[in-house]
Design a protein around this ligand. Sequence first.
Ligand SMILES: [Zn+2]
Length: 318
Amino acid sequence: MHTPKTRSLVELMKLGPVLGDGGYLIELERRGYVDSGSGREKVGTGRGSGQFTPEVALEHPEALRELHREFLLAGSRVLQALTFFGTREKLGRAGYGDQTEAINTAAVRIARDVAGQTALVAGSVSRTQLIEREGPVALPKAKDHLAEQIRFLKQAGVDFLILETFFHLSEMRVALECAAAAGLPAVATLSFRPLITQCSDGHDPAECARVLTDLGAVAVGANCEQEPSRMMPLLRAMRAATNLPLAAQPAAFRTTDACHCFTRQPAFPDDLETIQVSRREFEAFGKQTRAEGIGYVGGCCGCTPAYIRALARGLDAT
Ligand SMILES: [Zn+2]
């Protein structure tokens, strides 16, 4: 195992697949520290509803610290600061807008404390939800919010960014522009829904991979929404379209042929336990990782430290 602190993510990926971490918001919601919003509104509509915001970094830092520690012990060599949904407008809708800088800064500090010399720290940046809510006309506003968050993450000292769970290629494009303007390397992963055949503004996985490559991402791929077996075909389509390392962070929930995303299943979010896949599927995914050209691998929603441990075991077996 190489020690990340002496090498950048790009250098590490040249040496073999880099093991990331798993999902934070869903796990911390299960542990009682994050609000799913489901008590007040229907979440998972794809229309930008739902809370799942990261104020836990301020309100229960010890809980966040503990989950980071568990991922590190499971083998993660990158810890993602819990800054997902950390843009000002999204936090504002949950009542935390004026704490945007404090939440982002605290989350990076906590991840850095736990990572020590053992792991890199990534800033997690996701879609603003403005495009789902207001349409493409909101792109300039989304860009301002993404640029602000990325500025906070840069000031807090992240090693690189993971731009993840973007539904629209157009919004990912402006996020990559913001990352480049800040001088931060960026892993770029889209989420494909309701089917894996195209993202929400109608581009297929291969086209997305080409565009993200041209925009300067250091790795491109997919995260969230599908379990590993369902995500694999879309990763292969991306593999055929780019020479960059692929990045894959599948969810740990079973999807269906009719709907390839777990957040639109009736089980989301209060019956997720009924569609959880077992950690064995992540071990099998780990065994496939090297051969499929995946340079960065972790998990998203439902992927707990036990799943990262299984993923590590699969990787080690090859
Ligand atoms: Zn997820």
